[in-house]
Design a protein around this ligand. Structure first.
Ligand code: NDP
Length: 246
C-alpha cells in the first residue's frame, strides 16, 4: 500500500503540538487516525473538527507510561479501523534544568514518557505489524540529541536512547515487514516548554521557541513524507530545523 489515503495511523501525544498537527494533516489526506493522549477533552475537540470536515478519527485516553494503556490504544485502533499501518510514538515531555539542580523527578518523568513510552509503543505495535506482514513505526526524537546544550542533557539522552533503539529495530527488521523512521525536529512552536518548572529556563525556552520555532505543521509534513513512500522505501532519519537555528 502506498501513499496516505486509507492508511490507519495511531498517534500518541495527539492532544497538542506536533501530534495534533500530524493527525489533522494525515486525516485531511485521507488517513484514518487514532489520537491518543491523557487530555481527552482536547482529543475529543480535535476529533470532532476532523470528523466535521469529512475525516475519519477516534480519540483514546492513553498514558504512554502504562504498557497496558498503550496496548489498549492499539487494540482500539484495530477494532475501529480494521488494522494498524503506522504507529507514531510522539508523546514527550521536557523538564529542562542544569544537572546540578538534581531534578530527579523530572529526569524520571522524561525517561518514563520519552523512552519507556516509545518502548511501550513498540511492544504494542510490533506484534500487530508482524501478524499483518507490514507496518511502520515513526517516532519524534529531537535535534537536542544532535547538538547537546546546557539544561538539555537528560532530555537529549532520552531522545538519543530512542534514536539508538530505532536503529536497532531497523537492523532487526530487514525482512521487509516493518519500516522505522526517526524525525528530529529543532525548535517547533508548541506547548512543550510551558511546563518547565524553573521560570528562568522556561522563559528562555519560550523566547527561543517564539523567535525561531517553525509551525508544528512543518513537522507534520515531514512525517507525511516518510509515511507516503512506497513500502520498499524507508526514510530512516529526518532532521527538520528552523533555517536560522544554530
Ligand atoms: P506538546 O507539549 O504540544 O505535545 C506533547 C504531547 O505529549 C501532548 O499531546 C501530551 O498530551 C503528550 N503527553 C505527554 N505526556 C504523556 C503521557 N504520559 N502519555 C500520553 N501522552 C503524553 O509538545 P510537542 O508537540 O512539541 O511534542 C511532541 C514531541 O516532539 C515530543 O516527543 C517532543 O519531545 C518532540 N519535540 C518537540 C520539539 C519542539 O521544539 N516543540 C523539538 C523536538 C522534538 P497530554 O498532556 O494530553 O497527555
Amino acid at each position: 500500500m502506498n501513499g496516505i489515503t486509507d492508511k490507519v495511523v495511531a498517534i500518541t501525544g495527539a492532544s497538542s503540538g506536533i501530534g495534533e498537527a500530524t493527525a489533522r494533516l494525515l486525516a485531511e489526506r485521507g488517513a484514518m487516525v487514532a489520537l491518543g493522549a491523557r487530555r481527552t477533552g482536547r482529543l475529543d475537540d480535535i476529533v470532532a473538527t476532523i470528523v466535521a470536515t469529512g475525516g475519519r478519527a477516534i480519540a483514546c485516553e492513553v498514558d504512554v507510561t502504562s504498557p497496558s494503556a498503550v496496548a489498549n490504544f492499539v487494540d482500539q485502533t484495530v477494532r475501529s479501523f480494521g488494522r494498524l499501518d503506522v504507529f507514531i510514538g510522539n508523546a514527550g515531555v521536557s523538564s529542562l534544568s542544569p544537572m546540578a539542580e538534581l531534578d530527579v523527578d523530572g529526569w524520571s518523568s522524561m525517561i518514563d514518557v520519552n523512552l519507556h513510552g516509545v518502548l511501550n509503543g513498540i511492544a504494542a505495535a510490533l506484534p500487530v505489524f508482524q501478524t499483518q506482514g507490514r507496518g511502520h513505526f515513526v517516532t519524534t526524537v529531537s535535534t537536542s540529541g544532535i547538538k547537546i546544550v546546557p539544561t538539555q542533557a537528560v532530555y537529549a539522552a532520552t531522545k538519543n536512547a530512542v534514536r539508538t533503539l530505532l536503529e536497532g529495530l531497523r537492523q532487526e527488521s530487514t525482512d521487509g515487514v516493518m519500516r522505522t523512521t526517526s524525525i528530529s525536529p529543532g525548535y517547533v512552536q508548541t506547548e512543550l516548554v510551558d511546563s518547565i518548572a524553573d521560570p528562568r529556563i522556561r522563559e528562555q525556552a519560550k523566547t527561543s521557541m517564539a523567535a525561531l520555532g517553525i509551525p508544528a505543521e512543518a513537522v507534520a509534513r515531514a512525517i507525511a513524507f516518510a509515511i507516503e513512500q512506497p513500502d520498499d522505501v524507508e526514510i530512516g532519519d529526518l532532521t527538520i530545523r528552523p533555517t536560522r537555528q544554530g
